[in-house]
Design a protein around this ligand. Sequence first.
Ligand code: NDP
Length: 449
Amino acid sequence: MSFSLSAKYDSLSAFLESRAPNEPEFHQAVSEVIDDIKPIIDQSDAYKAANIFERLVEPERMISFQVAWQTDAGEIEVNRGYRVQFNGAIGAYKGGLRFHPTVNPSVLKFLAFEQTFKNALTGLPMGGAKGGSDFDPTGRSEAEIMRFCGAFMQELHRHIGPDIDVPAGDINVGGREIGYLFGAYRRITGHFQGVLTGKDESYAGSAMRTEATGYGVMYFLSDMLEAHDDGLDGKTVIISGAGNVATYAAEKAIALGGKVISLSDSSGFVHDPEGLTQEKIDWVRAHKSKPGASLQPYVDKFGGDWSEGKTPWGLEGDIAAPCATQNELDGDAAKTLVKNGIKAVIEGANMPSTTDAKEVFQSKKVLFAPGKAANAGGVAVSGLEISQNRKRQSDDAEDIDASLRTIMSNIHAACVEEGKRDGHVDYTKGANVAGLRKVADAMVAQGVA
Ligand code: NDP
């Protein structure tokens, strides 16, 4: 496809190399939406006149800061903290914080870019952002994690607020870290306000936020299967990851009649041919809450097989749900899954499938739900947490779960509506186009300074 979105560049790669050199993950995320959004922009005089493309791929603001903190041994360590406020056209910025050694501007820009589309799909007024640090919590004591969170907030508090930017958790930032971050914010500013989501219910958190991403993934999968005259009941599900998204996706898959046969972490994967149960999932959550704990002892406790350093994509199953991290499922893994008869792939993580893997699934007409649609349940319930904080009220779990179910169905319907392609539904196109229209319309309406 010729690239005519910007008169200044001959190709998308020339544009990205010039504007964002050495940012492979960000290039990947933009390249993967361009074929879907380009025709929509090309057809709209208003979008072209507003130069929507160039504005959509440039963060509105990127903050990078020093985080100096003290270890238990009294040594001072220095990490780098970031907040990328990508697009605020439809609401205050919203997106998670990730603590992982792989965090860098490219990873955060890709995540914040995807978050912009995802937040738009929820139908709630939230702009796209992402942040975090290259801090590695593995092997750190609880006191060190608390001090790190305090030091991180020492700078971040200047850039966030209920009407500005409301961060949440992501990899290695769960309920405990959100608590430390919120405590630090409150002590620094003196304000108790809804400046973070994913808070505990004891201090203005929302029911169901912990479960929301994983449950939402399986709600979306149910809708996708139902739209294709199928269902989750009796299906074998291969899940990667062993964190928040993976374990709640597993829990809901089982509740909806599926048999989950794997979980994984950065040290390898468990194959449990008997299928996971609630008891096994509860054990995984408790065990994995210890910093640096490997999933390997699962097999000593419950049986099954452990494969060190491998991913679960060689297993046979009906559904694959990558729920760990970006680019964890490559083209070869996709070919193996297809050979083994996979029916649907649902992304719980953000961009877990490589571009090659997506091409394999698309060419073989495997049902494929991209993360920006399938895992939007987490940020959707974060949006509901913001509303509850505004009202100074708490809704009960049943109501929140019902709202989550409705939001996921609405996202599914939007993907079907916008994703029609050659007699089938291309969910990626649907998510990209539906997200774009909402954000671009708001950008056009607001003009430029
Ligand atoms: P957690 O930190 O709770 O869990 C992450 C899991 O992924 C862990 O099992 C971890 O293993 C594994 N993992 C991390 N990096 C790698 C790697 N390089 N290779 C293999 N395994 C890895 O994070 P979440 O469950 O919250 O997030 C998982 C994914 O879902 C991320 O892509 C995140 O952006 C996305 N997401 C999360 C949302 C949320 O609400 N939490 C919302 C929407 C998307 P180990 O324990 O060994 O590190």
